[in-house]
Design a protein around this ligand. Structure first.
Ligand code: AMP
Ligand code: ZN
Length: 467
């Protein structure tokens, strides 16, 4: 197995080798829960989901942590405007986030910690930074001293903090007394009316960056394999995470940094601030299927910007309809015994091409080209009559790969209700009476595909049982 990733830290494509054989530890920056996530956010989360699915499919055990940012300036502002305590306000958006994630077929991370449940861990980490001279108090707040960390800028190439570089909307909004304008806040002193925690640092609340360092190291250790997020987080957030974590431990924090490019609308980043966004709900209300949205977000490799259009979702719906139809016909197809060498070789080649594309820095575009080839091969086989047992088995295994890694196919149908089964049997009996044996066989195969076995009695009645 040779998975390669483009590592933002080294700016090169590298062979992926985890610290512990067979085990991957990874951290993904999660949502800020003050509103519905938009589908730009979900482009990044779908990328993370495909990354996790691919690692698991390749046989790794996985420990994936994704935080929920449930305290920051915007959350405090909006909770106050809603007249709700912080936790009550964020609870609602945490729930909505998971609902949307489920609808998009995102697997749940093994651990999804909330920032406000980890204040002691953050205080402890800040204490370590103070002890080693990487942090200092000023005017009731605590700052990271960038001058103490010569490697600052190693990830983004930027030596400056956001308030000078000004690249990100996520730069610290609050300005207090700092020794150096580049320094960033670890602990903010209490402001009137804001949520506050007592601590040896004085009453206050954590800065945004420290939460990810504290929670990542708590669950994954001081050094771990993969850290990911959207490309807008590279600076200053991830740069600051490296400085805080490595400043405190003296060890390399993360081996591979993976960043997803943005979802764009007419060439501009989809964002709440620009107002050019759709939530998943907006799209579902317009009648689009969540799977089609997932397909759109998955189809362009994560390091390429993706321009979002409704026409793109419509094209994805048509594409998925055809693919699911092929998959259904294959599942329901009757087979003949035996094998032809050609069939099985072609399917094996397609499966290898699919795996190789995904190993190549998650090249979903090439992987979907292999899926298209699978679809054509199956359609041709079905058009030529009854496929062999071994062809069907191999092709179903290829569809299983696609589903395990990309999660774009329809979920298996719900078990048939007895009444539905009996209605189909009645239709089949009528078809047989009318000597429409093709239809009768089709119904038998459709039921067999769902594990329903028919036993025809001599008197023309049919009994059924579940396999
Ligand atoms: P937030 O909820 O703002 O903390 O963002 C959650 C995740 O979505 C982060 O990893 C961001 O980098 C990512 N993100 C935000 N906007 C976009 C976008 N337009 N395209 C892709 N990812 C985005
Ligand atoms: Zn983070």
């Amino acid at each position: 197995m040779s998975i390669h990733f483009f590592n933002s830290l080294t700016r090169t494509r590298e062979l992926f080798v985890p610290l512990e054989e067979g085990q991957v530890r990874m951290y993904a920056c999660g949502p800020t829960v003050y509103n519905f996530a938009h589908i730009g956010n979900f482009r990044t989360f779908v990328f993370v989901d495909i990354l996790r699915r691919h690692l698991k499919w390749r046989g790794y055990r996985l420990l994936h942590v994704m935080n929920l940012t449930d305290v920051d300036d915007k959350i405090i502002r909006d909770a106050r405007a809603a007249g709700l305590p912080l936790r009550e306000f964020t609870e609602k958006y945490v729930r909505h986030f998971w609902e949307d994630a489920d609808a998009l077929g995102l697997e749940r991370p093994e651990v999804a910690p909330r920032a406000t449940d980890h204040i002691p861990e953050m205080i402890e980490l800040i204490g370590r930074l103070l002890r080693c001279g990487c942090a200092y108090h000023s005017e009731g707040s605590t700052y990271f001293r960038i001058a103490s960390f010569p490697r600052y800028g190693v990830l983004s190439g930027s030596k400056l903090s956001g308030n000078i570089a000004g690249a990100s909307e996520r730069v610290e909004a609050d300005e207090y007394e700092k020794d150096d304008v580049r320094d960033f806040v670890l602990w903010k002193r209490t402001q009137p009316g804001e949520p506050t925690w007592d601590s040896p640092l004085g009453p206050g609340r954590p800065g945004w960056h420290i939460e990810c360092s504290a929670m990542a190291m708590k669950y994954l250790g001081e050094s771990f394999d993969i850290h990911c997020g959207g490309v807008d987080l590279m600076f200053p957030h991830h740069e600051n995470e490296i400085a805080q974590s490595e400043g405190a431990t003296g060890k390399p924090f993360v081996r591979y940094w993976l960043h997803a490019e943005h979802l764009l609308v007419n060439g501009r980043k989809m964002s709440k601030r620009e107002g050019n966004y759709y939530t998943l709900r907006d799209l579902l209300e317009r009648g689009y299927a969540a799977r089609a949205v997932r397909y759109v977000l998955a189809a362009v490799p994560y390091r390429k910007p993706l321009n979002f259009t409704l026409a793109g979702v419509e094209a994805a719906e048509r594409r998925l309809k055809r693919l699911n139809e092929t998959f259904r016909r294959l599942r329901e197809a009757q087979t003949v015994a035996g094998a032809t060498a050609d069939d099985v070789t072609t399917i094996a080649q397609i499966r290898a091409a699919f795996g190789a594309a995904m190993d190549d820095d998650l090249n979903t575009a090439d992987a979907l080209a292999a899926v298209a080839q699978l679809e054509t091969t199956v359609n041709v086989a079905l058009a030529h009559g009854t496929p062999t047992e071994s062809f069907k088995t191999a092709a179903l295994a290829a569809f299983d790969d696609v589903q395990a890694v990309l999660g774009i196919l329809d979920p298996p149908e719900a078990p048939l209700l007895d009444a539905t089964i009996e209605a189909l049997i009645a239709e089949r009996t009528a078809a047989r009476k009318a000597r429409d044996f093709a239809r009768a066989d089709e119904i038998r195969a459709q039921l067999a595909a769902q594990g329903i076995i028919l036993e025809d009695g001599k008197d023309g009645t049919t009994r059924w049982r579940r396999a």
